[in-house]
Ligand binder design. Sequence first.
Ligand SMILES: [Zn+2]
Length: 145
Amino acid sequence: MTVESEAVLRPLPLGDEVSEAFWDAAKAGRLDIQRCRACRRWNHAPSLACPTCGSEDLGYETVSGKGSLFTWCVLKEAPAPGFRDMLPLIVAIVELAEQPHLLLSTNIVGAREEELRLGMPLEVTFERVTEDCALPQFRPAREAA
Ligand SMILES: [Zn+2]
């Protein structure tokens, strides 16, 4: 029997029919979001039919990875043992740059609680949790060159 790493003590996402492409892209270091081929609206969380026009012709496209902080909360106690070394854990909703109210729940990394501001610019970064799983997370956007 092998010693389990801390990482596996965190619950891992389980892809399903509609979200599998999202997790596969994350594993490859891309943020891919579901998009309706009929009306071109972005859609997250992914669904079987477009919430705007009802079309079932949905695909995935890579987004910029830019967004802004929509809201957040800070966890001071670990929700599972694997989160202990991540405290305080910033759980956030990020509004992606591609479309108003295109919201994604995630964690903020690389920022202290006191630095957080509504609407602050963020960018995606990927945390490789296991060999088969990477989580899209967000950090403060670096200054544009
Ligand atoms: Zn649509």
